[in-house]
Design a protein around this ligand. Structure first.
Ligand SMILES: [Zn+2]
Ligand SMILES: [Zn+2]
Length: 118
C-alpha cells in the first residue's frame, strides 16, 4: 500500500500498518489499517412513525336537529273589504277592484304603475 509522508509529501510503498521512516526525509509515518477503518455509512433502523390515534372524532351527531321551520305563507293576493256591502274578497295587483257582490268599485289601496291612458 502507498502512504504519503506527512513531512515531505513523498509517497512510498509500505507493506501494511505500522511505523515507517520516510525514505526521503526520514520522518516516521504511522500507517493505520485502512481496510477496517471505514465503518458502514448508514446503519440503523427506520425512525418510528408517530402513533396516529384513531377513534373518537368530535362532530355533529345527526338525529337531534329540529326540522327547519316552514316558509312563511305569502298570500298571493291581498284581501279587501267592500265599503258598500262589507263583502270581503281577494283582489289582484290592481288599484281599483270591482266588488263581486255589489259590483261597486273599491279602491284596493295598492299602488300599481298604470299606463297613462289619457
Ligand atoms: Zn518524507
Ligand atoms: Zn260590495
Amino acid at each position: 500500500m502507498k502512504v504519503r509522508c506527512g513531512s515531505c509529501r513523498n509517497e512510498f510503498e509500505v507493506a501494511g500498518p505500522g511505523k515507517y521512516s520516510c525514505p526521503v526525509c526520514g520522518s516516521v509515518n504511522v500507517v493505520r489499517d485502512q481496510t477496517t477503518a471505514t465503518p458502514p455509512a448508514a446503519v440503523g433502523g427506520y425512525p418510528a412513525a408517530p402513533g396516529v390515534v384513531a377513534g373518537d372524532v368530535p362532530g355533529v351527531v345527526p338525529g337531534d336537529v329540529p326540522p327547519p321551520p316552514p316558509p312563511p305563507p305569502q298570500p298571493p293576493m291581498p284581501k279587501i273589504e267592500c265599503p258598500e256591502c262589507g263583502f270581503g274578497f281577494f283582489v289582484g295587483q290592481i288599484a281599483v277592484a270591482t266588488c263581486p257582490n255589489c259590483e261597486a268599485e273599491v279602491e284596493t289601496g295598492i299602488e300599481v304603475a298604470e299606463e297613462s291612458d289619457d
